[in-house]
Design a protein around this ligand. Structure first.
Ligand code: HEM
Length: 505
């Protein structure tokens, strides 16, 4: 009563009546206007939905995963005014993303992150004709460039050479492979996309690395509250972090713009050097055909290149961080892979990607390492564009979809002893054929799966075979074994920092 009295002293009766009516409308809308037959889920509170509970304690993903125990493989919640449906099992995910993919492939518009995504430009956050045309272009461009330029495999092997040289310099002493991985991963993408690689002390590279580091650490995936309640960015403590993230993103976009300008000044249509040249060529053709209707605009150009940098660097470096980690953790598997390397490749030449066709155990090991490394929590957020039904529940148009990729790779329902590194689970009775269980989907599935899958797989195979051909990986003698616990590193789930010894064979 005291509080009301002092409040009414501050506000006049009309204002109070207006505020009270507004609150009643919000509560009624929240309770009554909810769509019927939604998947079950926590209630939350008006305006914020379940958003505050998600961020009240601990790490939001833990809470999202735990809710599965209570509500099952499909459940829903409101985050702000946004209805979000969470999917946890493979059958549901396949039904949603593949069978009903026409209505679930739309990338959610992240209003709160509009500046960072340049209003839905690029490839990761774009939709419609712009996305389709750029996806088609990039898939073709990433397959390689014409005669006379270095193949993607050659570019990867240059980075393999850099890494193995650095590893040899450690002379078997403990070191952290993680920093080197970030550099080689960056250089592969820069080499493929922009046609150049950089040394670690290069100033231009360091501007990019600093911005990427800041950006990855500011983004908290799709449980970022800003996505659902955009006005939160005006709150002072969130505004600072938001501004920092936008600044980092702008630095990366400007970095791409500078590379585009350099390419334009040396562009030769007879010699395609990289993805940037290929885009300039495509841009000219599209403008000739469609004029202003072309989707290959300047702002789309810079943002597309930025997306390749953002999507391609952290994913590979974190995955290979797990590869090195588990090879040291499981010496038996490491020995078996090395035995296959010795038999098929030997020691007098470097591995090639074609070797994988004769190396089922190594290929199975790459798959198993991706499964157990399990770097992606969830797919990028989707918006359902037409009312659909899943498992008998209504999913109204406009709902956002969170696909829990993480649990699927370690669910006991799909994998026997999921915590065990066992490449044999990917090999059939004949010992030769790779069997790919449906729930194995590190690159996702459906119309929006990873466009870098072929590049990623090539990187993983060539790095693993080249390193094990030359080195034995162990954890430092006498030190306690590192934990297999995953920690969130920006957009991926990484091992906790660890040291490794690489002893030359
Ligand atoms: C081991 C390495 C990699 C892993 C595990 C990985 C994983 C993924 C996953 C899970 C998605 C989400 C797909 C979805 O929302 O359905 C994705 C999307 C994407 N990835 Fe990768 N990725 C890897 C490497 C790369 C590389 C090297 C590139 C760049 C060349 C790349 C570019 C992209 C792009 C552009 C998308 C968005 C596709 C779209 O929206 O149409 N990825 N990736």
């Amino acid at each position: 009563m005291d509080l009301l009295a002092s409040l009414s002293g501050l506000l006049n009766t009309n204002t109070l009546a207006l505020l009270a009516s507004l609150l009643v409308i919000i509560v009624i809308r929240y309770l009554v206007v909810r769509p019927r037959n939604l998947p079950p889920g926590p209630c939350g509170i008006p305006i914020f939905g379940y958003l505050l509970s998600l961020f009240r304690t601990g790490y939001p993903w833990d809470i999202i995963f735990k809710k599965r125990e209570k509500y099952g493989d499909i459940w829903s919640m409101y985050l702000g005014s946004q209805l979000v449906v969470v999917l946890h099992n493979w059958k549901l995910v396949k039904e949603a993303l593949v069978d009903q993919g026409d209505h679930t492939s739309y990338r959610a518009i992240m209003h709160g992150l509009n500046v960072a995504t340049d209003g839905g430009r690029g490839i990761v956050h774009s939709n419609g004709r712009q996305w389709k045309e750029h996806r088609r272009f990039l898939l073709k461009s990433l397959r390689g460039f014409g005669v006379g330029t270095k193949s993607i495999e050659e570019r990867i092997m240059e980075e393999v050479d850099y890494l193995t040289t650095q590893m040899a310099k450690q002379q078997g002493k403990p070191f952290s492979i993680s920093n080197y991985l970030h550099l080689v991963s960056t250089n592969i993408i820069l080499h493929v996309v922009f046609g150049k690689r950089f040394d670690l002390d290069n100033k231009e590279l360091n501007v990019l690395l600093r911005a990427l580091h800041g950006m990855f650490h500011d983004l908290e995936g799709f449980v970022n509250p800003l996505i659902y309640v955009p006005w939160l960015r005006h709150l002072p403590f969130i505004r600072t972090k938001y501004t920092e993230m936008v600044n980092h993103m702008t630095t990366v976009v400007n970095w791409s713009k500078k590379q585009i300008a350099e390419h334009r000044s040396t562009y030769d249509p007879k010699c395609m050097r990289d993805v940037v040249d290929d885009y300039i060529r495509e841009q000219k053709e599209q403008f000739k055909l469609l004029g202003e209707e072309s989707t290959f605009t300047e702002s789309q150009f810079a943002k597309t290149l930025t997306d390749l940098i953002v999507a391609g660097i952290e994913t590979f470096s974190t995955t290979f961080d797990w590869f090195a980690f588990y090879m040291a953790m499981c010496p038996d598997v490491q020995s078996k892979v090395r035995a296959e390397i010795d038999e098929v490749i030997g020691t007098s030449r470097l591995p090639t990607y074609e070797d994988r066709l004769k190396m089922p155990y190594t290929e199975a090991t790459c798959m198993e390492l991706q499964r157990i490394g399990n770097i992606a929590m969830s797919l990028f957020l989707r918006t359902v564009t037409k009312d659909i039904e899943l498992e008998g529940y209504n999913i109204p148009a406009g709902s956002a979809l969170i696909v829990n990729l993480y649990t699927m790779q370690i669910d006991e329902g799909y994998w026997k002893n999921p915590d065990e590194l066992n490449p044999d689970r990917f090999i059939d009775g004949s010992g030769k054929v790779i069997v790919k269980p449906d729930s194995f989907m590190p690159f996702s599935l459906g119309r929006r799966n990873c466009i870098g899958e072929s590049l990623g797989k090539m990187e993983l195979f060539l790095f693993l075979t080249s390193i094990l051909q030359k080195f034995e990986l162990t954890f430092p003698k006498g030190a306690p074994l590192p934990t297999t616990e995953h920690i969130c590193r920006g957009i991926t789930m990484a091992p906790k920092p660890y040291e490794i010894c690489a002893t030359q064979r």
